[in-house]
Design a protein around this ligand. Structure first.
Ligand code: ADP
Ligand code: MG
Ligand code: ZN
Length: 608
């Protein structure tokens, strides 16, 4: 810190000196003293272009040639550069009693004006003001960079007045955060019981789903201080600042425990190390290392919980996700129908609403929207109502608001229409029914047709390799069958398929190929492996080195085709025989968007 203060002082001094130098250079205008007589001669010879009349002197400018001759006359120096001559067009002379001067100037058509006397105050102001402005700028600059005494501004410490009633549609996440709130309210109780409290909790979800809001709500509910910093604020141009910030943040938080440290957009600091651009990579790494060090050295017993948020968990450095760091992940997904209705209500609570406003209806037309987008819709609706000179906000304003907001969304976020919704419902129901019909398939917890949130993709954080497990041949086959269940359902019901299956097919093909090529699970190809140390499937970037003949390559392709095709037929057979179930589940999905396991079981029992 001492070093930095010195640095800052040096920086300031340099800036000030620079200002003075530049200013005095500009202020110095080479002028030539001439006698009043000379002045009058030049004037009568029409050699004066302009004059400024002060109380005790006259300054002015000569016409170009005359400047040269004046120089020659005064210095007997004919070789002056034109540049210099140009500069010396300026003259100054002592004023003597000469009442007819003004008349003369008028007659000769010389432009003149009265000079403003430079008092010492004016001089002072003309010097001090620009220097002051520059110093202020420099001060702000250095403070922003983290030098000097302004360190407390690097992160925001505040009392949060957000609580759970301000958040909706993320009930699962709220439930998981309750334990943490309990702990923050009364840390000693937990410590006495010897409970293990998570140190770091990572909130994962698409942008605008309410991660920041939830973190604030946790602080608000627990009524503890909330230290927040955005990951991008760590990324700095001066070496060591990011790391210093992290240290500073943790030190201050420790003094205020119990409290919450919230690192928003942690991906900005926590990017996997090799992926960083060369410049700033070192700084970045220092910051990340400091963060890890601080987390490791931190004892949960102190009552500090570290929350972080990201919408790109896949790019995080695995070191951040190890046990004892951000090992608890909470998914903050896109809200379902009910959730959207509640979010509409929360954001419209201060509006004057017309009778015809139906939040359920609005929720039904906004699948896939996140909380931030719904907040936007409500805001747009209110603005439209004002523009339309209405007393209250009407349903039509909300509908137009939805139109506006969805027009601005990215293509992948676009709302789906009724027809698409039906296709997606059958597709997802297909996966589910096939899965339920196969003994070795992964259990179904939840089906959703909400446009892909992170969790719907079965979001995978790459945990360290110890967690890898073993899969049998029949498990792999069932996995492929379930993956193909979506497409099979579309074919069985509509007689044609959509583009919805692309990633399913990719994954299915990849697994089938690994079975044949890596795990020796095909009789036709034999118990051979053609790839050494190939990472477990799903790692798409891997490009294998071929160590087999063309003939073998062909047989591998044939076997992959056979496996995928056979499992696809199995999926279709299952769905054709359980068509009634399929339809029931799909219809329920269209209506509710999300079905959990209990509900699914209920629907299926009713059918039979
Ligand atoms: P994220 O951090 O996930 O990108 P934010 O928490 O910053 O999203 O959300 C931005 C704003 O959108 C919030 O301040 C709030 O007004 C609104 N919002 C987002 N999610 C919700 C939600 N689940 N419930 C209520 N409002 C929400
Ligand atoms: Mg946020
Ligand atoms: Zn699918």
């Amino acid at each position: 810190m001492k070093l930095k203060a010195t640095l800052a002082a040096f920086g300031l001094a340099a800036v000030v000196l620079g200002v003075i130098f530049v200013y005095s250079y500009m202020a110095e205008r080479p002028t030539r003293e001439i006698s009043y007589g000379e002045f009058k001669t030049l004037l009568r010879g029409k050699r004066v272009e302009r004059a400024v009349l002060f109380k005790d002197r006259i300054t002015g400018e000569l016409t170009v040639e005359d400047a040269g001759s004046l120089v020659a006359m005064k210095d007997a120096q004919l070789s002056k550069s034109p540049e210099k001559a140009q500069k010396e067009r300026l003259f100054t002379t002592r004023r003597v009693e000469d009442p007819r001067l003004v008349d003369e100037l008028d007659r000769l058509g010389v432009s003149y004006r009265s000079g403003f006397e430079h008092t010492w105050v004016m001089t002072l102001i003309s010097w001090v003001a620009p220097a002051g402005i520059l110093m202020l700028g420099a001060f702000l600059f250095f403070r922003k960079m983290g030098y000097g005494s302004g360190t407390s501004r690097l992160f925001v410490e505040k009392k949060s007045n957000v609580t759970f009633p301000d958040v909706a549609g993320v009930a699962v996440a709220e439930e998981e955060l309750r334990e943490i709130i309990e702990f923050l309210r009364n840390p000693s109780r937990f410590q006495n019981l010897g409970c293990k409290i998570p140190k770091g909790v990572l909130l994962v979800g698409p942008p605008g789903s309410g991660k920041t809001l939830l973190a604030q709500a946790v602080a608000g509910e627990a009524n503890v201080p909330f230290f927040s910093i955005s990951g991008s604020a760590f990324v700095e141009m001066f070496a060591g600042v990011g790391a210093a910030r992290v240290r500073n943040l943790f030190a201050r938080a420790a003094k205020k425990s119990p409290c919450i440290i919230f690192i928003d957009e942690i991906d900005a600091v926590g990017k996997a190390r090799e992926g960083i651009a060369v410049s700033g990579a070192e700084e970045h790494e220092q910051t990340l290392t400091q963060l890890l060090t601080q987390m490791d050295g931190f004892d949960t017993k102190k009552g500090v919980i570290i929350l972080a948020a990201t919408n790109r968990p896949e790019i995080l450095d695995p070191a951040l996700l190890r046990p004892g760091r951000f090992d608890r992940h909470i998914v903050v997904d896109r809200p379902d129908l009910k959730g959207r209705e509640q979010i509409f209500k929360i954001h419209a609570r201060n509006l004057k609403l017309a009778r015809d406003v139906d939040f359920k209806g609005l929720a039904a037309t906004t699948p896939g929207m996140v909380g931030a987008e719904i907040a936007n819709v409500v805001n747009e609706a209110a603005l439209l109502a004002v523009r339309r000179n209405k007393e209250t906000v009407q349903m039509s304003d909300f509908k137009d608001g939805i139109e506006r907001v969805s027009a601005g969304l990215e293509k992948t976020n676009k709302l789906i229409n009724a027809r698409e919704k039906e296709i997606v419902a059958y597709h997802e129901a297909g996966h589910a029914i096939v899965s339920l019909s196969l003994p070795q398939a992964d259990p179904v917890h939840k089906i959703s047709i909400i446009p892909r949130g992170i969790s719907a993709l079965g979001y995978t954080v790459h945990l360290p390799t110890e967690d890898r497990y073993l899969l049998t041949q029949s498990e792999l086959l069932d996995k492929i069958t379930v993956l193909l269940g979506g497409r099979a359902s579309e074919e069985v019901i509509f007689g044609e398929v959509s583009t919805a299956s692309q990633s399913d097919l990719e994954e299915a093909t990849e697994i089938a190929r690994s079975m044949v090529q890596t795990y020796g699970m095909s009789d036709k190809v034999g118990p051979l492996t053609f790839e050494k140390g190939r990472p477990l499937f799903l790692d798409t970037k891997y490009s294998p080195l071929k160590e087999y003949s063309e003939h073998t390559a062909m047989r591998i392709d044939e076997e992959v085709y056979r496996i995928v095709n056979q499992t696809y037929q199995t999926a279709k057979q299952i769905l054709a025989s359980r068509r009634l179930d399929l339809e029931k589940v799909a219809r329920a999905l269209v209506e509710k968007e999300v079905i959990d396991r209990n509900e699914l079981d209920r629907i299926l029992v009713e059918t039979n």
